[in-house]
Design a protein around this ligand. Structure first.
Ligand code: SF4
Length: 72
């Protein structure tokens, strides 16, 4: 089952870590805060396929702002 990943932007430290290590699902916006995406679309509401959820979970765990979340 897909899960939606998003960044709580107000808590993002602009460290670029998620965008650097998983650019397929994370990018920086014009204000240098991160957001999830799928090929530049579904901005900050990216549906992550089950097979890649572990990769995204790893970014969540490593994010210094603890600001990447699954939508429940
Ligand atoms: S890893 Fe976290 S704090 Fe760093 S850019 Fe990504 S969302 Fe922001």
């Amino acid at each position: 089952m897909e899960r939606i990943a998003f960044v709580k932007k107000e808590d993002c430290t602009s460290c670029n870590q998620c965008a650097d290590s998983l650019p397929r699902y994370f990018q920086m916006d014009d204000n240098d805060t991160a957001e999830s995406h799928i090929q530049g679309r579904q901005i900050n509401q990216a549906p992550i396929p089950e097979d890649d959820q572990r990769l995204v979970q790893n970014e969540m765990d490593e994010c210094p702002g603890e600001c990447i979340h699954w939508k429940t």
